[in-house]
Ligand binder design. Structure first.
Ligand code: PLP
Length: 379
């Protein structure tokens, strides 16, 4: 092992969103950032930039496009043109711009969103003026599945887009070739803008599963797609704020860029250099980190059994606590020393989401507190 993921890092006193939310006796295992130091090659790139003392407004370096194109090619064999790339301060910004683009490009007023899903998807309607058509996923044989029949049935003339998260936060699904085929088919048949948040694409826990960018494996819908990526999850640098949209269709892309004007700020120089160093990575960081996270997932599975549906990807466990009848799961588990995300936040009442991107000793403590919370609720 080149990287040491057992090494704890004290994050108190850094105004960390994750570590400052709860009181100091609560172990925070909620928001999706990990408790591992970012790799040296990323930190060194930031340090090197800081050797120059002015952090002025900065244009995107051409070398960042090249680094990202190389990364997509190495990991997925996807060749994208530099012109297709629109850089953004975040993937959530990118999702909101996609909704504004839908409105600007046509007169359809609805956006279809399979749920439960990462909570900013659930604000997209209100933010943009589009009407959300939420379609519930369901657990079948221990894993979360999309309900394609219901999606087809609910699409009407006003449905203009389909917004997906793959790998999916919070259910941990990485969609199979056949599921991606169904999604692409639905989008093509109904002429929908297909927006795919693929920020968790490198964190694939199941060795039998592989991430496939939908616009790559289904070139027939590439011209109606917006795919969103960032280096921030897998390299644990979410605070540097840098992401990218891949938009092959020039009219959609121009409209998307237009939607930024006056609303979306530029990206800082540290976001650019950190992302470029990450996208140029050819070390063992990803396989070693994913191996470590898989070990953490195994521990959780042993501890939780059927409460935990099968995860293909991400470091986010989606845990069924519906039998416990908790009115306020967040407060309940905090009272047992554990900070989790309540499922209702993701349109998934009866569940909690637990972030296991942490050293094993932290996870052991988290599992003990989780079990104490469950046992107490069971009486
Ligand atoms: C699925 C998903 N998309 C987007 C984000 C956030 O992306 P950004 O910080 O680039 O807006 C997260 C963070 O947890 C996420 O899980």
């Amino acid at each position: 092992m080149t990287f040491n993921f057992d090494q704890g890092v004290n994050r108190r006193g850094t105004s960390s969103t994750k570590w400052e939310k709860f009181s100091p006796d609560v172990l925070p295992m909620w928001v999706a950032d990990m408790d591992f130091a970012a790799p040296d090659f990323v930190i060194s790139a930031i340090r090197e930039r800081l050797d120059h003392p002015i952090l002025g407004y900065t244009d995107r370096p051409e070398s960042l496009n090249t680094a990202f194109q190389g990364w997509l090619q190495r990991h997925y064999g996807w060749e994208v043109e530099a012109d297709w790339l629109v850089w953004l301060p975040g993937v959530v910004t990118g999702l909101n711009l996609a909704c504004r683009t839908q409105i600007a490009l046509g007169d359809r007023s609805k956006a279809m969103i399979p749920t439960p899903v990462y909570h900013p998807f659930l604000d997209l309607g209100q933010n943009s003026g589009l009407v959300e058509q939420r379609v519930s996923m369901a657990v079948l044989d221990g894993r979360w599945e999309m309900d394609f029949d219901r999606m087809r049935a609910e699409i009407d003339k006003q449905t203009g887009s389909l917004l997906i998260c793959n790998p999916q936060n919070p259910t941990g699904r990485c969609y199979t070739t056949s599921e991606l085929g169904e999604l692409a088919h639905i989008a093509e048949r109904n002429d929908l803008l297909l927006v795919s948040d693929e920020i968790h694409c490198n964190i694939i826990l199941d060795p039998g599963t592989r991430h496939q960018p939908i616009a790559q494996v289904h070139p027939e819908i590439a011209q109606q797609s917006i795919s969103l990526f960032a280096a921030t999850k897998i390299y644990n640098i979410p605070g540097v704020s840098c992401a990218v949209a891949v938009i092959p269709n020039s009219s959609i892309r121009e409209q998307y860029k237009e939607a930024r004007v006056g609303l979306v700020s530029g990206i800082g120089p540290l976001g650019f250099v950190a992302s470029e160093a990450a996208f140029n990575d050819t070390t063992q960081w990803i396989p070693e980190l994913v191996g470590y996270l898989s070990g953490n997932y195994d521990l959780l599975r042993e501890a939780l059994g059927k409460r935990l549906a099968k995860l293909d990807a991400t470091y986010l466990a989606w845990i069924d606590v519906s039998d416990l009848g908790l009115e306020n799961p967040e407060a309940h588990f905090a009272s047992h020393g554990l900070g989790i995300s309540p499922g209702a936040q993701f349109d998934g009442s009866g569940y909690i989401r637990l972030n296991f991107g942490c050293p094993r000793a932290t996870l052991d403590e988290g599992i003990a507190r989780l079990k104490a919370g469950i046992d107490a609720a069971q009486g």
